[in-house]
Design a protein around this ligand. Sequence first.
Ligand code: ADP
Ligand code: ZN
Length: 723
Amino acid sequence: MDLPPVGARVRVPVGSRTLTGCVVQHDATLENGTGAKDIVEALDREPLLPEEIVALCRWVAEYYVAGIGDALAVAMPPGTRGRASGFKKQRVAMVVGSDPGDGATQGLESPHHRGLTPRQREALQILAAAPAGLPTSELRDRGVTTDILNRLVRRGLVSIRDANDERDPFERAALADVVPDAARELTAEQRHALAEICDLADERDFRVALLHGVTGSGKTEIYLRLADRVCRAGRQVLLMVPEIALTPSVAALFRGTFGTRVAIQHSALSDGERHDQWHRIRRGDVDVVVGTRSAVFAPLERPGLVIVDEEHDASYKQEETPRYHGRDVAILRASRAGALVVLGSATPSMESYQHAVAGKYRHVTLERRVLDRPLAAVRLVNMRTEYAEGGPDVVVSRDLVSAIDDRLRRREQVLVLLNRRGYSTAVFCRQCGDTFECPNCSVSLTVHSARNGWRARCHYCNYSVMVPKACRKCAAPYLEHSGFGTERVEEELRRRFPDARIGRIDRDSVRRKGALTQLLSKFAAAELDMLVGTQMIAKGHDFPRVTLVGVISADVGLGLADFRASERTFQLLTQVAGRAGRGEQAGEAVVQTLYPEHYSIQLACRQDYPAFFEKEIAYRRGMRYPPLVALINGIVRGPSFEEAMQDAREIVGRLEPATAGGAFTILGPAPAPLGRLRGEHRVQFFLKGSRRAEMRNALMEVVNGMPEIRRRLTIDVDPLSVL
Ligand code: ADP
Ligand code: ZN
């Protein structure tokens, strides 16, 4: 048998079973203990995965210290593990000989058609209007039964074939109704930015541009024109977005411009839809792929441009193995393909901005909003004063209430952000102090309003319990809520503005499929006056009627033991303020905070990114944190704290000799901030240094020699969250 090519699927015996695998290499030297296995069956003659994607997966596996199988699993289309092709089959009927020009209806009067019943004639007429044929299921809906079709087939007038039914995710997402304004003139600033990036694109070589444009500066328009240019030059485009459901307009504009030459790839699609889209890309039927994180593995043959929109967004990082960062893999992919990368953001990540400052990336800026619309004016409300005057239960400050009132009167729209879901963050007994903690994780349970009372739920492991009317311990009826989340804010706003139409967007309210799209389109159609929500409302939305953004508690993220807390707070506040005043009316943001003097809050108010970067980079330099050093986070899980600690000490002890060369230092081991998760204790350590490869290799060498501990160790290279 000829060897199946790299990228082809094969069936291989593993233990007593036969599994599907993918050929990654032909001349591998086998490691000790790995036995060569015969290939039972080759499933593909041609590679399913292009060789380049296999190579990308190998890089991801090595860089992120993951298994090659895990990386391949992200790149593979769904439904390819077994033998089935994964296509949904459907039967398509068409008039025989209905090539263009045949004039099938005129043929209805020919001798072949004598003796047809009226319903058979009707069926032929319907089919004649669709030269490419119609699915039998659709014909049935239109009254053409299988019986009628079969009779027509027997008379040789109609043929039926099996076709792959391509499921179109755009239709379901109701995105297709956005038509780009081709005649729109770019502003002078947009023109200059576009020209600068086009020059880079024309070099047809690996380049990275950071398109740093304030919120509402019209970045999407630049992406579109750039994509068009690259397609015309015969190369393909990959557009990555954080979450398609949250920013449907970018995807819709691309669809409106490139029509069916666009494929869409994201995890909310059904397996069937993802599979079909993947194969359209693989066949070369598309010029443009729009997708989330995993779209970075889309099987495009000639990528010439990769755009990463909102490149700072944390959803590009996968928080399970392989723990890759979509933006960073995109850059690697482009470097191998000789393509241009455009990273777009109003609040670039520290990593990307650092590269731009250092001259590694071309720094292209848009300093103003389109049509010289002003950025939202931001007003800070000091909640300490508010509590002193209004009591400790104030949720919405007087300033914010009157600002909302104002907008509602003028029939303008309002967004209210609180980046914490649920009703309250804890319940406790006022008599004995009993609290509701998660039995599996070291967190207190978040309280949600339920149909028949309160339900306390763990946001990590999903454990939940109804909150009783009286204390479980002392039976006193004095249970009290502390802290509050979006549900409470919604309740408060409904109480204060009984006539306003209010919607809520957070992970809980959009659990049902389609709920998010529905809420967003209702808001866009002005059927809602106000949206309350978590950071989901702060993403790239473009709602021109929003003139006010309220932030209930700007400090939510600042208390976390995470070196990126300030960066995240700055990004979130700047982004959410950026949702106001995008239309003709100027916008305003009212920000409630306990720390009005904190630099990330101050500078977000002024929307002064460069000043924030200077301040933050000095802090990172002082503390030796990324982007000035590379970081690898190791988390050891164990049945008890002592066991986890002992294993972590063992790893760190064996790693210590490798630090002698000065390539890196080790921090820890120490209890992780989230000390217990899903019933396991967690201990963490860090490797800090500048030479990532050496750090990785040293760690791998140590843990490969301890397979027992390796199973309980999570390695996160370039971690985004260190909790
Ligand atoms: P960003 O992504 O930079 O926040 P968008 O691309 O969403 O900004 O553009 C903001 C708004 O400005 C959108 O409503 C868009 O349609 C509009 N817009 C973009 N370019 C122009 C232009 N040249 N003239 C008029 N309006 C524009
Ligand atoms: Zn839990």
